[in-house]
Ligand binder design. Structure first.
Ligand code: DC
Length: 227
């Protein structure tokens, strides 16, 4: 399907912990675009499913819940994306390891992906966006002006995620984080619908050997070149 828009869209896809959200946010600020974190949509649906007690892998059970879910994205005065679940601000509740795994489960279900597609496309219709996710360049915005596939080794990604969780005060250990990253990689890459893979026209950007500033320089140049 073609997405026609007057607006510029920059798609950043890649596995968990590659630095997508930080770099996408930096790019959005640099170019004056809106940053759209699509993982937060899947996380919000996952939170609802967890709260309902349903099995997050059960397609029929999760589908039956969808009509009762209203997911909304808002931007506060500082331009920070807030997630509303049936009117409740759940932004700070969707970042736990439990919700991460549940989000990976529900994101493999075709009805969930269909349910969230319009919300994502709608953002790109209305604004210049830097949108990050797993299938933005391949499915959500196949016409995106710039497509970047951001990756890093699993160990390096686990190191970054571990540091981030610790800073937020979430109790965990490195090996658990690494195992979760590897499991989510397998889940996200092997699912039948919209698996994690680079679009044929995406530029691959490996950040294993780069710090944040170095990684940002790489993607800034890629965006400048194609913008
Ligand atoms: O980027 P994240 O860790 O917040 O994403 C949470 C889960 O949602 C992740 O396991 C994969 C899934 N996801 C997806 O399938 N498609 C997207 N566009 C974004 C996230």
């Amino acid at each position: 399907m073609e997405t026609k828009s007057e607006h510029i869209a920059i798609a950043i896809d890649g596995p968990s912990g590659a630095g997508k959200s930080t770099l996408a946010r930096m790019a959005a600020r640099h170019f004056g675009y809106i940053y759209v974190d699509t993982g937060a949509l899947y996380r919000t649906v996952a939170l609802f499913v967890l709260r309902s007690g349903a099995d997050t892998k059960d397609a029929a059970a999760v589908s039956a819940l969808l009509p009762g879910i209203h997911v909304e994205m808002r931007y506060d005065g500082a331009g920070v994306q807030r997630m509303l679940l049936n009117g409740e601000d759940v932004t700070d509740l969707i970042r736990t390891p439990e919700v991460s795994m549940a989000a990976s489960d529900v994101s493999a279900l075709p009805p969930v992906r269909a349910f969230l597609l319009d919300t994502q496309r709608d953002m790109a219709e209305r604004y210049d966006v830097v949108m990050d996710g797993r299938d933005i360049g391949t499915v959500v915005l196949p016409e995106a002006r710039v497509k970047i596939f951001l990756t890093a080794s699993a160990r390096e990604r686990a190191r970054r995620r571990f540091r981030e969780l610790r800073e937020r005060g979430v109790e965990t250990d490195f090996e658990t984080v690494l195992q979760e990253i590897e499991l989510r990689d397998r889940n996200d890459s092997s699912r039948e619908i919209a698996p994690l893979r680079p679009a044929p026209d995406a530029v691959i950007c490996d950040t294993t050997e780069h710090d944040l500033d170095g990684s940002f320089e790489l993607i800034r140049e890629m965006i400048e070149a194609k913008r």
